[in-house]
Design a protein around this ligand. Structure first.
Ligand code: XBP
Ligand code: MG
Length: 236
């Protein structure tokens, strides 16, 4: 039977990338007087690298390599990223980033049926806690048995580490869980951890390869989807 559903955050719980993270990165670059502008198309390319600090480093390597010789490069990237996180938190607090349709209802139904819910994400912990509190209320953090986020593991998605860490904290085998993801990197990560994965397509991930997902859905809006998710746990 199904014991827990593990949720990705960016692109799955909310459409955070184009009008959230991307904007916050650009605001931080501006504050650091960098003339970098991550437009909507370029950001789609950069999304293949998960994790904000890792994404900034990848950008420097490919688009501004002269900066690679900069002293304390990692520290500088971390400072830019901290500034970016603060801008992103502001966007969340201003209510600019709603949950995707059906998410609140699905979380409610899982809780009602005593199915555990958890988070497995590459994004920073504060981004997750603030998103949940701003959209679902202050008590929402307590709904989740485990929140695995950011640098808690050193290898981010598509590596399985974050899902393995969450399974470990839940003390559950992969077979008792389902992951909900929006991207190929997320699908790879959950699948490599042995977890059956349902995809909800997002703007940037529409063309990706989801051939080995258990189920591919446009979104989680209709109640049928809850039954489809529940059904996944019976045909194992
Ligand atoms: C999401 C990400 C994150 C965000 C930025 O991937 O890659 O890096 O874009 O978050 P996934 P931070 O949905 O597969 O977890 O800047 O806080 O790292
Ligand atoms: Mg995602």
């Amino acid at each position: 039977a199904l014991s827990a559903v593990l949720f990705d955050v960016d692109g799955t719980l909310a459409d955070t990338e184009r009008d959230g993270h991307r904007i916050a990165f650009n605001q931080a670059f501006n504050e650091f007087q960098l003339d970098w502008e991550w437009d909507v198309d370029l950001y789609g390319v950069l999304l293949q690298i998960t994790g904000g600090k890792e994404r900034i480093r990848f950008y420097i390597e490919n688009y501004a390599p002269s900066l690679l010789s900069k002293n304390n490069l990692d520290e500088w990237i971390a400072q830019i990223h901290k500034t970016k996180t603060n801008y992103f938190l502001n966007l969340l607090k201003e209510g600019k980033i709603p949950l995707r349709p059906g998410i609140k209802r699905l979380l409610d139904e899982l809780r009602k049926n005593n199915i555990k819910i958890a988070i497995a994400t590459t994004t920073t912990y504060e981004n997750v806690s603030t998103l949940l509190q701003c959209t679902l209320g202050d008590s929402a953090l307590e709904w989740f048995d485990v929140i695995g986020a950011g640098d808690i593991v050193s290898k981010k998605k598509p590596a399985p580490d974050i899902y393995e860490w969450v399974l470990n904290q839940l003390n559950l085998p992969a077979e008792a869980c389902i992951a909900i993801e929006d991207s190929e990197n997320g699908l790879k990560s959950a699948t490599a951890a042995g977890i059956k994965t349902i995809i909800t397509i997002s703007e940037y991930t529409r063309e990706q390869n989801f051939s080995y997902a258990a189920l591919v859905l446009e979104d989680l809006e209709s109640t049928d989807h809850t039954h489809q998710i529940a059904a996944q746990s019976f045909d194992k």
